[in-house]
Design a protein around this ligand. Structure first.
Ligand code: F0G
Length: 337
């Protein structure tokens, strides 16, 4: 499959001769989920966004945002990030041959994401603060300097991310009536709703936040967001109004799930569906099982990032290895025990 801009150019703001920075993102698997379907009492599919080139849905938005930055002559791109946007920015900036800088909350991003950002050569700034503070600072920074801001406050990010809705519609014979999605900065739920509207579909948009970082559920910002799902550890989402509009217009909802529920879904997806996603992604499935999807019976859960992004949480949440002497007998005992 070609990259997103090539695949959907007629529905994206790119002309035929515009520069395209791509890693052939998008066209990700949509797999049926029998175990989740049974638990939720609905037909459920999983959109595996971890299959994107850098392991998260951010690549959809980043191909558009970085291509646009290059088109506009930017020499560098910057973002605030809980990790995945940083990894994606770093890869696409490297591909484009421009500078990349990312501001992340110190000690609060998963190891895989940090490794990616560093390997791709971005300047990684570990802020002694949280994501919300980082975003405020980069917004000000990019007003002062000729550096392109590629957080989802940049409309090109939403343009790219809306294409996941097109893919879902093209892949299934009948339209879905519910979409379950984790919500952090609230760009992705906004983008999906835009995409579905552009093709005349209106599934209920059901967003899930972690209990300790649930400003949209509480109706007020959270000063010190906390959750094991570090990707969505956000207390003041930039796309707040747009996300709530998507929820209201579609007849959906925003609900909270606890860290325990997120981790239960995370382990269940890996052990019983064979799908390894990161904790934040599992919020979509945890939420569907706990709250339902406003009566929807054909539902897609968006699994936003790959499980390999966060090996530390995975190891903490799984069984231990079995030590063994190097003999057939010992291995037989170890396997059959
Ligand atoms: N899932 C994952 C794995 C994410 O990385 C994010 C956001 C979300 C869900 C929520 O999406 O912000 O559009 O509502 N990660 C951003 C980042 C904030 O910096 O990587 P959202």
């Amino acid at each position: 499959m070609p990259g997103l801009i090539e695949r959907y150019r007629d529905r994206l703001p790119f002309a035929a001769d515009d520069p395209v920075i791509s890693l052939e993102e998008g066209s990700t698997p949509l797999v049926r989920a029998p175990v989740v379907s049974e638990a939720a009492g609905a037909d459920v599919w999983l959109k595996l966004e971890g299959a994107n080139p850098t392991g998260s849905f951010k690549d959809r938005g980043m191909t558009c945002a970085v291509s646009d930055a290059v088109r506009n002559g930017a020499e560098a791109v910057v973002c605030a990030s809980t990790g995945n946007t940083a990894a994606s920015l770093a890869a696409y900036a490297a591909r484009a041959g421009i500078g990349g800088a990312v501001i992340v909350p110190e000690g609060k991003i998963a190891a895989g994401k940090l490794a990616q950002a560093l390997m791709h050569g971005a300047r990684v700034i570990a802020l002694r603060g949280n994501f919300d503070e980082a975003l405020e600072i980069v917004r000000e920074l990019t007003r002062k300097h000729p550096i392109a801001l590629v957080n989802s406050v940049n409309p090109l990010r939403l343009e790219g991310q809306k294409t996941a809705a097109f893919e879902i519609a093209e892949e299934l014979d009948e339209p879905i009536d519910g979409l379950c999605i984790p919500v952090g900065n609230a760009g992705n739920i906004t983008a999906y709703w835009k995409g579905f509207q552009e093709i005349g579909q209106r599934p209920k948009m059901v967003g899930f936040q972690a209990e300790g970082a649930a400003p949209l559920v509480l109706g007020h910002r959270v000063e010190r967001p906390e959750t094991v799902a570090s990707a969505i550890r956000i207390g003041n989402p930039a796309r707040w109004e747009e996300a709530m509009a998507a929820v209201t217009q579609s007849g959906g909802g925003i609900e909270a799930v606890s860290d325990g529920e997120i981790l239960d879904a995370y382990r269940m997806l890996a052990a019983r569906e064979g799908v390894f996603c990161e904790p934040a992604s599992a919020a979509s499935v945890a939420g569907l099982i706990k709250h339902g999807a406003r009566g929807a019976t054909r539902v897609v859960c968006v699994l936003t990032g790959h499980g390999l992004k966060d090996p530390q949480t995975a190891l903490e949440q799984s069984g231990s290895v079995v030590p063994c002497e190097p003999s057939l007998k010992a291995v037989e005992q170890a396997i059959l025990a």
